[in-house]
Design a protein around this ligand. Structure first.
Ligand code: NAI
Ligand code: PHE
Length: 350
């Protein structure tokens, strides 16, 4: 396999013939502290795609930690599964976790994992019996519990900051379209409905769609309509890569603020959004609540109340980012990268 160049520190790649899984860990940066980022377990077209995803997600974690002022670096694990997670039996999943834990142990604490797509707090409980390098166990197992509620709180703060930047008068009455009604998206939908938004929702999973629609009286649309349905705020909470430059050029909304990591395919998409006057809350700032929760509770020792305060401050960071982007005529992604770069080049943690 010919690997492309990367500005990160280390990529570990392992294949296990017995389970058929590939294990990739990308350690992008330990400049601010040991690297951290979740474990994504899903099916990939090929191992090259898994490596590329781990690396790009690890880079986003470096920016996330730095922009949130957390004393951690960026990393990410990808387990490229031989079949969808739901089709993997318990014994095979256990074997996969054992190999992942062995890989984490080899890194000796330079990288600590946590939950991401395809893994949850219960998986973190199981992993923690095999390695200490794990965040995000359930409260029953002595951990801080799911990162999703804080991620949702931060995303909602990002929505409010984006709405203010767009000159709109609060979330009440706005059409808020939430794509992906999982742990984070369902909670953002709840917060938006509570603030009086007119909810529009989409999910590939019919059960999740109807649970949220029934709870909040939301309008359900097809997943193929997410990029064409007019709304005030688009809230992507599914997987990344939704916004290509072409999609950014046509998406009919005023504000975009969501949880999905690596939502834009590239910087060109950010530039298209800037030119169209769409307020985009960079994902690595908007979705930092989960990292603030895990690192705040498990590394720094913050109380739950302080974690919530720091998470709400995601909105203040974004207000600064939006102003900086406006003043300098740059995309909000570039402005947010400047915030992270200040910390990474020795500036104080926020
Ligand atoms: P989840 O796996 O609980 O939920 C994802 C939801 O998206 C599921 O309901 C799934 O059916 C749906 N979905 C998948 N593909 C879809 C599509 N094409 N169209 C519509 N719906 C689709 O994941 P979770 O934890 O809610 O995370 C959501 C996103 O936020 C992920 O990209 C994750 O990486 C990111 N994120 C999550 C954090 C956390 O604390 N959980 C922290 C930071 C980012
Ligand atoms: N995977 C989540 C994220 O992308 C939560 C997480 C944060 C997991 C930090 C581990 C470490 O932010």
């Amino acid at each position: 396999m010919g690997l492309p160049e990367w500005d990160g520190e280390l990529t570990s790649v392992r294949h296990d013939p017995e389970t058929g899984a590939w294990f990739v860990i990308g350690v992008h940066s330990t400049r601010l502290g040991p690297a951290s980022g979740g474990t994504r377990a899903m099916v990939y077209p090929g191992v090259e795609d898994a490596v590329a995803d781990a690396r790009r997600l690890a880079g986003a974690m470096t920016l996330k930690m730095a922009a949130a002022g957390l004393p951690m670096g960026g990393g990410k694990s990808v387990i490229a599964l031989p079949a969808p997670r739901a089709e993997i039996d318990d014994a095979t999943w256990r074997q996969i976790l054992e190999i992942h834990a062995a890989n984490l142990n080899l890194l000796g604490g330079n990288y600590t994992t946590g939950p991401d797509i395809g893994t949850n707090s219960a998986d973190m409980d199981a992993l923690r019996t095999l390695t200490p390098h794990v965040f995000g166990r359930t409260t029953a197992a002595g951990g801080p519990g799911s990162s999703a509620p804080m991620t949702a709180l931060g995303v909602f703060a990002a929505i409010e900051a984006g709405v203010a930047e767009a000159g709109l008068d609060g979330v009440e009455g706005l059409r808020v379209l939430v794509q992906g009604l999982g742990a984070v998206g369902a909670d953002v939908a709840r917060l938006a409905a509570g603030a009086g938004a007119k909810l529009i929702v989409a999910d590939v999973d019919p059960v999740r769609r109807s649970v949220v629609a029934d709870a909040h009286g939301a309008e359900v649309i097809g997943t193929g309509e997410v990029l064409t349905r007019e709304c005030d705020v688009l809230v992507p909470c599914a997987t990344g890569g939704l916004l290509t430059p072409a999609a950014a050029g046509t998406v009919p909304c005023t504000v975009i603020a969501g949880a999905a990591n690596n939502l834009l395919t590239d910087d060109a998409a950010a530039e298209v959004l800037r030119r169209r006057g769409i307020v985009y809350a960079p994902d690595f700032v908007a979705n930092a609540g989960g990292a603030i929760h895990l690192v705040g509770r498990e590394v720094i020792g913050w109380s739950a109340e302080h974690v919530a305060d720091r998470t709400r401050a995601v909105g203040d960071t974004l207000t600064e980012v939006f102003a900086d982007a406006r003043t300098h005529g740059i995309s909000t992604v570039e402005a947010a990268e400047r915030v992270a770069a200040r910390t990474l080049s020795g500036g104080p943690l926020r």
